[in-house]
Design a protein around this ligand. Sequence first.
Ligand code: NDP
Length: 424
Amino acid sequence: MKKNWNGFAKKSIQERLEFVKSQALTSMEAQESLEQNENLSIAVADQLSENVVGTFSLPYSVVPEVLVNGQEYTVPYVTEEPSVVAAASFASKIIKRAGGFTAQVHQRQMIGQVALYQVPDRDKACQAILSQKAELLEQANQAYPSIVKRGGGARGLTVEKISGDADFLVVYLHVDTQEAMGANMLNTMLEALKPSLEALSQGQSLMGILSNYATDSLVTATCRIAFRYLSRQKDEARELAEKMVLASQFAQADPYRAATHNKGIFNGIDALLIATGNDWRAIEAGAHAYASHDGVYRGLSRWTMDLETEELIGEMTMPMPVATKGGSIGLNPRVVLSNELLGHPSAKELAQIIVSIGLAQNFAALKALVSTGIQHGHMKLQAKSLALLAGATEAEVPKLVESLIAEKTFNLEKAQTLLKKFRS
Ligand code: NDP
């Protein structure tokens, strides 16, 4: 039987491992891998990158009780930033009680582009290319037949005249990449199309490459949180909701705030992308481009209120072309473990969990910002980091943290001085 996660944060690492084991979330092998803290071997690392001289570790945590479309997930998080896991856990718990997230994948295709230049007549070239659309799609599929066998493949082809300092004719290829992110698939297909596109346009091809602005892979997560979950006091709960809506409007109106608002969302999204072996640079690039899709950089999430039902409503849409196959996914034991913890989701299911966790992270940040302020929660963890940096042992950390917090303002120098005092 599933146990209650209450108090998980206060347990020792050994107790947490035992608790996770009791939840029967993974296979015996995966649990062993977790208990032995198995990581990427240097031999595999050497296959993944170049000039390898070692590997690099980060904390691996779990955020429990993330309810998405009626299914509860234990979400793996890789982050070194204090407070992020605590905030996501707090938010997920409240949102679960309020009914959880509803998430939807609108479409799941990747877009790649071939940029043509020195095209003598762009309108004529456009017509020539579109008249050969079926043949070009077939050519793309022949360049990567295995994805067709898996049920995917090239689905659409569009052409646009783009002008800046130079004139381009850009051909966009839309591909169903199934469970992969599809960078190599797209790039292979686009390379294969270049000679035909040059012949049809009578121009030159500059490059053929996947676009990370994955507007054919949009995912939306929403949640509705009754005011009563925000505070026991009715007035305070309503005021909190109002202020969170205002905070959301602020992030829509001011790009300086929007950047930080979105950074907070990525505290959660990146943590899960890294844990599942996904290319977080690719997802970040696409999401930040999407944040300015109407010409102004805005917050990715929006919070509104339904005064009749007395609910705070969160909604976030962004491109989320994540993968469960390909890249380094099967090679890193931590990533294999993450997929087990999540119950082996499909790429679509994983995308829904990721956007939901981003919204949870945003909920926690906004709630803290408009009430106690963000520093309140950060202080203790900041003091802990400083204590460790100052060289405190495990036994010395609690006393040093307590003394630092009593100082109200503190830094590394203060931590070092206090530690010296304790030891003398
Ligand atoms: P891969 O090149 O690894 O291709 C996907 C692999 O997964 C293929 O070998 C495919 O096998 C296999 N696979 C197994 N099952 C499935 C399935 N059900 N659906 C789909 N594929 C399956 O990965 P991607 O092409 O996705 O590329 C991702 C990598 O590319 C990342 O590491 C990323 O960092 C990098 N990259 C990113 C760029 C960008 O974002 N702009 C640019 C260049 C690289 P089979 O071949 O047999 O079909």
